[in-house]
Unconditional design. Structure first.
Length: 561
């Protein structure tokens, strides 16, 4: 590798890197090297959707980071997993496919990301996708990424009961939250194709691995970007204890995620002066925004006993798991072929909000993320949390050693508005589950428990139980050059240097209202055109549903009870 120059070097084979590798080699004109610190994703427990907790718990596929003690959540260290291996975090995530609300991308544009509004981004969401229902003005029909509804809510009445309860509570029904209307209750979508996890490795990388102009180098850690003056000319890597430098003729593209991309920038001499000084790194360009603006979603498991034996809690034993696994192995269907999040909701937490800021993932079981049951008998739960936090954190390197873990401080609940948002979230959730549609199934509340009722009680419980929803972003944010917090311009180029871009969730100015895998893929699709100098896809004129009375009303109408 040391005596070969590639046109483009992509650092990170995750949700963005695999997309870039596919698109940049498509025309055959450019040589591309894709570097990944992890190894192969060929493992049955990665591929089986229902087994999602296993790769998350594996040191083979998860970097396994933890935050610093978080001051506003009782100094707890919050688990912060990131994917390792081909496909990156798309090999260990929950496979939920949510693009975000149209207002989220218009907010990006308002924050300085000109050309990244919803009308600009929607065509790239479509280009990426093969939706089970086929193409329309919102959905893609022939893209690389397969998106389905899993088992489409068949076989379990709890999914529909949750949707019906939301409608009874006065919220809209939405047939497609990734289409005209995000706001409301409806079926949930996932990156699962033909019963198998649709990671970006499977969707984008595996089909093009044999292209002669694509080289994939795995189990190789990138230490830093190599500069001549202020131009990036390659990367320094470490593999099996050996160091080497690989040169890039055109550009280096960081696609290592919201933690690793700013870490590589900082080790390369691009970052805040104090961080570089403390780590003993010689500055190449001081950029105070690198590693700042860290955002994440948080959630809790809101759990209830179920009075009918219809939940998945009776499927958590070893024999049941064997039967589910065997059916999936031979036929790629059944309970093994879904992440089990098959209905969901997006609501506004108060009047005066134009778009939703609370998200629900409904699960017809009461269990922990690792698959451990929370109750004897049957139960159900919603994963829920406010999705537009005001709190901001930072990612910093501890030293110039590329094997050192990052210092992660999210400042969860550091902003008083986030505390108030959680109070609204808890109370609105109870009201939804109390609707008539849930009467046939709803047993006693397991957690938080009805003894958690006052503002103070809710605050204490949330601080003790809040978890990350695993959506870190924003640490190399896109914006205008005159803004001192901007790291990359609207073409993803790192300001202050040449030949270097960041293309991943790091560049999000603000976190969207939803899971971030889909918008990360979209960003890479759009960036590929920018890198290649292609004309951007024409803007979409697809309409967006916004409540007529959003300024005055929190929902469409009064609840039934």
């Amino acid at each position: 590798m040391t005596d070969k120059t590639f046109d483009y070097i992509i650092v990170g084979a995750g949700s963005a890197g695999c997309v870039l590798a596919n698109r940049l080699t498509e025309n055959g004109k450019h040589s591309v090297l894709l570097i990944e610190a992890g190894g192969s994703d060929r493992n049955i427990l990665v591929q089986m959707p229902t087994a999602l907790s296993y790769p998350m718990a594996s040191k083979t596929y998860n970097w396994g980071y933890n935050s610093e003690p978080e001051p506003a959540v009782n100094n707890r260290q919050i688990t912060s997993p990131r994917g390792k291996g081909l496909g990156g975090t798309s090999t260990i995530n929950g496979m939920v496919y949510v693009r975000g609300h149209a207002c989220d991308f218009d907010e990006w544009e308002e924050e300085g990301a000109t050309g990244w509004g919803y009308a600009d981004c929607l065509p790239y969401f479509k280009r990426a996708e093969e939706w089970q229902g086929g193409e329309d003005i919102y959905r893609g029909g022939d893209g690389p990424l397969g998106v389905t509804g899993g088992n489409n809510m068949t076989g379990n009445p709890l999914y529909q009961a949750f949707i019906d309860a939301g409608v009874e509570a006065g919220y809209p029904h939405t047939d497609d939250y990734n289409g005209l209307r995000q706001e409301g209750f409806g079926p949930m979508h996932m990156t699962v194709r033909d019963g198998v996890r649709e990671s970006t490795s499977r969707a984008y990388l595996r089909p093009v691995m044999k292209r002669p102009n694509l080289t994939v180098l795995s189990k190789t850690l990138v230490d830093k970007v190599v500069f001549e003056g202020k131009r990036a000319v390659g990367v320094a890597t470490v593999s099996n204890g050996k160091s080497q430098t690989i040169r890039a003729g055109k550009e280096v593209l960081l696609a290592s995620g919201a933690f690793a991309s700013p870490m590589i920038l900082q080790r390369s001499g691009i970052g805040p002066a104090d961080v570089l000084h403390q780590a003993g790194v010689t500055p190449v360009h001081l950029s105070q925004g690198v590693g700042q603006n860290l955002q994440d979603h948080t959630e809790v498991y809101f759990q209830f006993h179920c009075t009918q034996p219809v939940s998945l809690n009776n499927k958590l034993g070893l024999f049941s798991k064997f039967l589910i696994g065997a059916r999936w192995f031979f036929f790629k269907n059944g309970l093994g072929a879904t992440n089990h999040f098959e209905s969901c909701a997006f609501i506004r937490s108060e009047a005066g909000r134009k778009s939703p800021d609370i998200q629900y993932h409904f699960l017809p079981a009461a269990m922990r993320y690792d698959g451990t049951p929370s109750v004897d008998g049957h139960g159900f739960q919603v994963h829920v949390g406010p999705n537009k936090p005001k709190s901001r954190g930072q990612v910093s390197i501890r030293s110039a050693d590329p094997t050192d873990e990052p210092s992660l401080l999210f400042n969860y609940l550091g902003h008083e508005e986030d505390v108030a948002a959680w109070r609204r979230c808890i109370r609105l959730t109870r009201e939804i589950i109390a609707q008539p549609a849930m009467d046939a199934f709803r047993g006693p509340e397991i957690q938080p428990g009805l003894d958690i009722a006052t503002d103070d009680e809710i605050d204490i419980w949330v601080r003790e139980n809040l978890e990350s929803a695993y959506h870190p972003c924003g640490t190399a944010r896109m914006g205008q050059p005159e803004d001192p917090g901007t790291v990359v311009d609207t073409e993803c180029c790192v300001l202050g240097v040449e030949g270097l871009r960041v293309v991943d969730a790091s560049i999000f100015p603000t976190v969207p209202n939803g899971n971030i895998n889909a918008p990360t893929i979209m960003v890479a699709e759009k960036a590929a055109d920018l890198i290649l100098g292609n004309a951007s896809l024409p803007q979409s004129d697809a309409p967006v549903w916004i409540s007529d009375d959003w300024k005055n009303s929190q929902r469409e109408r009064a609840p039934l009870r």
